[in-house]
Design a protein around this ligand. Sequence first.
Ligand code: AN0
Ligand code: CP
Length: 320
Amino acid sequence: MRQFTSVHDVANVPAIVQEALALKKDPFAHQHLGKNKTIGLIFLNPSLRTRLSTQKAALNLGMTPIVMNIDKEGWALETSDGVVMNGTTVEHIREAAGVMGEYCDVLGIRSFPSLKDKEEDYSEDIFNKFIKYSGLPVVSLESATRHPLQSLADLVTIEEYKKTAKPKVVLTWAPHVKPLPQAVPNSFAEWMCKAQEEGMIDFVITHPEGYELAEQFTPGAKITYNQDEALAGADFIYVKNWSSYKDYGKILTEGEGWMMNQEKLKITNSGKVMHCLPVRRDLELGSDILDSEDSLVIKEAANRVWAAQAVLKGILEDLQ
Ligand code: AN0
Ligand code: CP
């Protein structure tokens, strides 16, 4: 694998899911691969799971991880080209990424969208500049439009906990008080559409009107505004808030009645509930679910290690 920025970088999706599950059983079998290799994990935004699970995955493979919260610990970064830097920015992304390229063998980047300018966010300008100027294989730790390490861990979790050969997976929008990126639902949809194509699952998306995701992420998905219709017979319910793509970055509704709780779970097929975390209790998702056996959120977060390790293993094999 040369880089990992979306499902399109993975040649065989069922195979990488099985690879992650194999690594879960035997985490230290490939320590030689990462010997004397350094991964830089660069965060422009907060993170708990991604920073810890990716470091653990790297250590399991014998790599040395170095972590930088560049938004807080670095010099203020200029990302636009052709500007005279006589304002508040101190260092250009061309030099910053170029230097990281000298110190590291692999780079992980987290860079959230502004949610102000759709074209700029969806061009992945900052993310692509890190790739270009570092010259390294890059792993997305969540970009403006995607969170593929999360989505791979989600698919691994579905594979691990499924009770039928082809489970029904539902992505449902949830209420929130802040405008959140579309990255997690875009990426989840993109991976689930691929899994559906592979015959692994059936996939349905439900959200209020106006929350349609960009079409490129949802090929072949059934999409409905009727949450009950979507939840009927569901085996996995993936809960996530996102702000509007159409009316970019806006909150269009308080989403009364959209929060998943035990009452709604009754119409599913004893469905298991997933969320990428962090989750706002009793706003996005009922604590009656989070505190029950019906929640998979902790197990899902645990699988972030094996997803990251499968990806880093693929990249290290390419570097040998
Ligand atoms: C982020 C998001 O929705 O993209 C990160 C999720 C992994 N969540 C929040 O900002 C709360
Ligand atoms: N799910 C996830 O990526 O969590 P963090 O933002 O804490 O890394």
